[in-house]
Ligand binder design. Structure first.
Ligand code: ADP
Ligand code: MG
Length: 441
């Protein structure tokens, strides 16, 4: 239309339009030349615009994307020419600061003016230290608070790179700053809740420990009560025998046989009291022990010969003691008493008969012996309390509850150990470990 109008003498011709040629778009800029009011020539240039357009569009798209990413991430960019002081900021930089877009400024004064008074000096000093000529610093990073015009305080994490020339003069500082207000709030909340949780856990642990200590104390007291009661009960009986005996002996005219009988009873009571005292001392690990090197195998075989006769026909005795058993280092007297205690327990556990095995073996620096039976076994409750002095499941007059207490005290005091493996109906194995005599090979 413009061309036709120009031909008709409608004045000047100037036009820009797109023209398709060979599948490409050309942009044409043309103008007409007139002579005496008549159009004489049209000249123009055609530019290929397709590629440029595409590049332009791609650039616009990527810039938009960058802006959006900056917006989403609340990342602001800045670029300072340190020679001229010219300071360029991205849109997001200004948005985060909550200020009207001062996209360009001289120097860093306006930045300083926005800093929180509490952080102002430190943040500015750090900035100046980094951009000083010859400072040699390349990476700049710090966190500080700013105050927006509406009075809101925001935390900013700033990072930048300082570009320098060969002489070390600072030329440019290019960087980004990030709004980390929420991040810091979350971090603070997390730290606070962690601290609260830790305090809670600590106080719970203390409470638990307290409760456990109370339970332990309660158990100790119960055991102590049982011990005291047991000792007192037995001693009251023996003292009774003693005192009534003394009363009888003080009487005049007591005939000889009765006198004999009374004295006999008193002797028995005294012996029983002495026995209990001995076992209690053993349990308390306060018995006088004279450890020595002795042939454990020979001792066990001697005892086995004795036991074979006393166990009765219902019980089969099996002895498994290797010839090469090392000598033991312990007091052999209380050891024999301990083995006897274990054998008596095994026998008591097998009223219908069974097999009693006496076993010994060498284990490192120790020599072990075990008494195993095929009897009733123990419940876990009984097993855990079996070493307690005066703990017995046997009827009065049968059990004293001091057998295993003696074994335990002896093993401990000798530098060894004792363990019980047992389950109801599964029989019992009690193992005593003693130091082997190290002086003989
Ligand atoms: P006592 O034999 O006088 O009861 P002990 O200290 O020797 O005292 O044993 C304590 C308790 O341990 C016994 O009453 C019994 O319940 C249990 N016990 C010990 N040895 C055995 C065993 N070989 N089999 C089953 N129970 C046992
Ligand atoms: Mg016993």
């Amino acid at each position: 239309a413009a061309f036709r109008a120009a031909l008709r003498g409608g004045g000047e011709f100037r036009a820009e339009y797109r023209l398709r040629a060979d599948g490409r778009w050309l942009r044409v800029v043309a103008r007409g030349e007139y002579l005496g009011g008549r159009a004489v020539a049209f000249r123009g240039i055609a530019l290929e615009v397709t590629a440029r357009r595409r590049i332009q569009e791609a650039l616009e798209r990527s810039e938009a994307r960058l802006r959006r990413v900056q917006e989403i991430g609340r990342v602001g960019g800045f670029d300072i020419d340190l020679r001229t002081g010219e300071n360029q900021r991205s849109a997001e930089y200004m948005a985060v600061q909550g200020h009207p877009a001062v996209a360009r400024s001289e120097g860093h004064r306006d930045w300083v003016s926005r800093l929180h008074p509490g952080d102002r000096e430190r943040a500015e000093r750090h900035f100046l230290d980094c951009v000083r000529d010859g400072a040699g610093v390349r990476d700049y990073a710090q966190e500080y608070r700013i105050v927006t015009p509406s009075g809101e305080v925001r935390w900013i994490a700033a990072r930048a790179v300082v570009e320098r020339d060969a002489e070390g003069r600072a030329l440019r500082m290019e960087g980004a700053h990030l709004d980390v207000t929420e991040l810091r709030a979350a971090r603070d909340a997390l730290a606070e809740s962690e601290a609260r949780f830790r305090a809670l856990a600590e106080s719970r642990a203390a409470e638990l420990e307290q409760a456990r200590a109370e339970v332990r104390q309660g158990e100790r007291l119960a055991a102590l009560g049982q011990l005291t009661g047991g000792v007192a009960h037995d001693f009251v009986n023996w003292l009774q025998v003693m005192m009534s005996g003394l009363a009888l002996l003080e009487r005049e005219g007591l005939d000889a046989p009765l006198r004999e009988q009374v004295l006999d009873g008193m002797h028995q009571a005294a012996a029983a009291a002495q026995e209990v005292c001995g076992r209690l001392l053993a349990f308390a690990r306060r018995q006088p022990l004279s450890p020595e090197s002795f042939d454990l195998r020979a001792r066990l075989l001697d005892m086995a010969a004795l036991l074979r006769r006393s166990l009765g026909p219902g019980i089969t005795l099996v002895v498994e003691v290797p010839e090469a058993l090392p000598r033991a280092f312990a007091d052999p007297g209380p050891l024999e008493a301990a083995v006897m205690n274990l054998v008596v327990n095994a026998r008591d556990a097998m009223p219908e008969g069974g097999t009693l095995t006496l076993r010994a073996w060498s284990e490192g620096a120790r020599v072990c012996l075990a008494v195993a039976d095929t009897g009733a076994g123990m419940s876990e409750e009984v097993r855990l309390r079996a070493f307690e002095p005066f703990f017995t499941t046997k009827p009065e007059g049968v059990g004293t509850g001091l057998g295993l207490a003696q074994v335990f005290g002896f093993a401990q005091q000798s530098g060894g150990a004792v363990t019980i493996e047992s389950a109801p109906g599964q029989g019992t194995v009690v193992t005593v470990a003693l130091p082997a005599d190290q002086t003989v090979a």
